[in-house]
Design a protein around this ligand. Structure first.
Ligand code: FRU
Length: 680
């Protein structure tokens, strides 16, 4: 493999061939950064999940290593796949795996069993069950032995969640020195819960506590990561950060997967979110929001009296009673309809209402029955479902919202549907509203506001204040159809994390961390300084792999009306028919990446889009660092408190760049472009 193919990342890790997803087992040991990753040894889409392996001494130049954990039975008869997990250095040999003074590395991963089977440990597992297993290495991570005499070491969730064995995954293990215990956090994906377990020896685990659901709860919760960081560099103020992947349910304006984080405290057994990191019904709605339906008398949604005959449009026989809008004390929101459905009751459209889409977000509260998760809400345009949401929690109604910026002025229908297949079910929807500014339903701390940063995980084995994370630079929405070959997917640039007080809150700040000196020549290939720029400034052909450092003055609000933007077009063809616009919108105070004309966008209907991320000026200046590679753009705004990661698939001839300023002139512009060399 030449690492020279069209779209091949030049300074981002990608496997030589085949499918890759999440980073796994990130551990630094003996001067070596290990990068394991979800890998299909037999194909270029997801399957046969194994742990691929690469190593580096500088997080920049990677050496491919043999597969660390090969799907059991591959290729003919796979019985167990190795899903995501993490790895630690067991320096004190607490596990007893060490021999002759050799320090064991221990990996904890999710065993995804393909068929019902009784394992060598004597434990019996069901088809598609997910359980947590361990493996160890006595040669510094190069070869691994699964702990078959006892695996899986966590066979199933706690009794209260024993029905969740198919969605119990992604152990993130670390050493907690204050309590001198190993801790693992893992996810009850469908329930939006993170479970905490502790252990003395990495083999015997005790369930300690649960956390969630909270804030963003779209789709499933996956790949949790819990780690400490000091605030503002002060050793005395330590906070813990919980990162959680959502699929789907990423940041507003994206489709598919994405990641949120929550800042709080962790005492070794329990994670407690900071109160100002929890957004609930009491979080004020955006000031421009218009209520469409709150089902308690106001709003323009068709009146719902929720009587058994009146509203169950298309609903087959319902046994039992429907109670009218029972308020449930002690819970958020309202129990709108309480149905009892027969074992095989058909699903039905409970109510619907048509309207014209006139604002960017549709916000609502939605919940559902715990066992049945049977509330669904659909947005339909021309009879096609364009957005959907399902309630996933039995008690709490949780905020969600749809970004419908691309559907303005279209006639649409909202449908509320009961999708239960039997048993008791609760249909819970409330407070549907429209707004243009980001809605409280999407108020979460987003790790990255772009579409292509997922399943991020931090390194174990670094010094206690050092956090470096790597994310999967792809999205489950279209990950398996991106037009690359013979590999699919790359990792993000490794990012050094810190917590900095911004807007009164400890905020995650990210800085790209590679051995830049080794791949970025000191002299820029472009350096322009303009007191004032109006219109476009062609920068010429700057290549396919480079970094742009951009600073400019904010505009006074009087000059920030519609189409008041400044930025740079990158990866443009000579005729600009292909181009990726990266810039700042002064009116909304967002940086953005517009990949609508970025090249090949044909493989998924949601790919051609514009992504926004809030960024405010610092002392009147806006700063953006833009990392461009052969098929990606990563933007770090301000100090790194806001990031946008997006893939692009431009033609090889798309090497041109141009500055643009729309509306009025932009002042005090400084643009520098540095070539980034290939690490391969
Ligand atoms: C996240 C994920 C994990 C799982 C892995 C399987 O991208 O779905 O939850 O462990 O991928 O490949």
């Amino acid at each position: 493999v030449s690492y020279n193919e069209q779209y091949r990342p030049q300074y981002h890790f990608s496997p030589p061939e085949n499918w890759m997803n999440d980073p796994n087992g990130l551990v630094y040991h003996n001067g070596v950064y290990h990068l394991f990753y979800q890998y299909n040894p037999g194909g270029i889409t997801w399957g046969n999940m194994s742990w691929g392996h690469a190593t580096s001494s500088d997080l920049t130049h990677w050496k491919q290593q043999p597969i660390a954990l090969l799907a059991r039975g591959f290729p003919d008869n796979v019985t167990e796949m190795f899903f995501s997990g993490s790895a630690v250095v067991d320096a004190d040999n607490t596990s007893g795996f060490g021999e002759n003074g050799r320090i064991p590395l221990v990996a904890m991963y999710t065993s995804n069993y393909i068929v019902t089977q009784t394992l060598p440990s004597g434990k019996t597992v069901q088809a598609n069950q997910q359980a947590q297993s361990i493996a160890y290495s006595l040669d510094d991570g190069m070869t691994w032995t699964t702990y078959d005499v006892a695996n899986p070491v966590i066979l199933q969730p706690p009794a209260a969640y024993s029905d969740q064995i198919l969605n119990f995954r992604d152990p993130n293990v670390f050493w907690h020195s204050p309590t001198e215990k190993w801790v693992v956090v893992l996810s009850l994906a469908e329930l939006h819960k993170i479970l905490v377990y502790t252990s003395d020896d990495l083999k015997n685990w005790v369930f300690e506590s649960e956390f969630g659901p909270v804030n963003a709860i779209g789709g499933v919760w996956e790949c949790p990561n819990l780690f400490p960081l000091v605030v503002d560099g002060k050793k005395s103020s330590l906070k813990w950060v919980l990162m959680i992947g959502l699929n789907p349910g990423g940041p507003p304006g994206t489709v598919g997967s994405g990641s949120q984080y929550i800042v709080g405290d962790f005492n070794g057994t329990t994670f407690t979110a900071d109160p100002d990191n929890v957004y609930s019904e009491t979080t004020p709605p955006p000031s421009d929001s218009v209520v469409f339906a709150d089902f308690e008398g106001t709003g323009t949604f068709a009146d719902l009296d929720w009587t058994p005959t009146g509203d169950l449009v298309g609903q087959s026989p319902v046994n039992g009673t429907l109670a009218n809008q029972q308020p449930v004390t002690g819970y958020l929101g309202k129990r709108l309809v309480n149905t009892y459905l027969n074992g095989d009751a058909t699903t039905g459209n409970l109510t619907s209402q048509s309207f014209t889409i006139s604002k960017r977000y549709i916000n609502f509260l939605i919940g559902g029955g715990r066992d049945l998760e049977n509330t669904a809400m659909y947005l339909k345009v021309n009879g096609q479902t364009v957005r959907s949401a399902t309630g996933a929690d039995s008690e709490n109604l949780l905020w969600q919202s749809w970004d419908v910026g691309a559907l303005q002025n279209q006639n649409a229908i909202i449908e509320i549907v009961d999708t239960a297949t039997g048993g008791w079910g609760h249909i819970l929807v409330d407070e549907i509203s429209f707004s243009n500014s980001i809605a409280r339903s999407q108020v979460a701390n987003w790790v990255d506001m772009g579409p292509d940063f997922y399943a991020a995980q931090g390194y174990n084995g670094l010094s206690s204040n050092e956090r470096v994370v790597i994310g999967w630079m792809n999205n489950w929405q279209y990950g398996q159809t991106i037009p690359t070959s013979p590999w699919r997917s790359a990792m993000s640039v490794p990012r050094r994390l810190s917590l900095t007080t911004i807007g009164g809150k400890p905020t995650l700040v990210q800085n790209p961390t590679e051995n830049w000196k080794s791949i970025v020549p000191a002299n820029s290939i472009v350096h322009d300084v303009w007191h004032s720029v109006n219109g476009n400034k062609l920068l010429g052909s700057v290549g396919k792999s480079f970094r742009v450092d951009l600073t400019f003055s904010d505009r006074p609000s009087a000059a920030s009306g519609a189409s008041s933007q400044f930025g740079i077009i990158v990866r443009a063809t000579a005729d600009f028919s292909q181009q990726t616009r990266v810039g700042y919108d002064f009116a909304t105070k967002n940086m953005f990446v517009d990949r609508t004309q970025s090249g090949d966008v044909s493989f998924d209907s949601t790919f051609a889009d514009i992504y926004y991320s809030p960024l405010t000026a610092n002392n009147g200046k806006i700063t953006m660092s833009i990392y461009v590679d052969w098929s990606s753009v990563e933007v770090f705004g301000g100090q790194g408190e806001t990031t946008l990661t997006t893939q692009i698939f431009p033609a090889d001839s798309a090497t041109y760049a141009q500055i643009f300023s729309t509306g009025v002139a932009t002042n005090d512009v400084d643009v520098r472009i540095y070539k980034v060399s290939s690490t391969w």
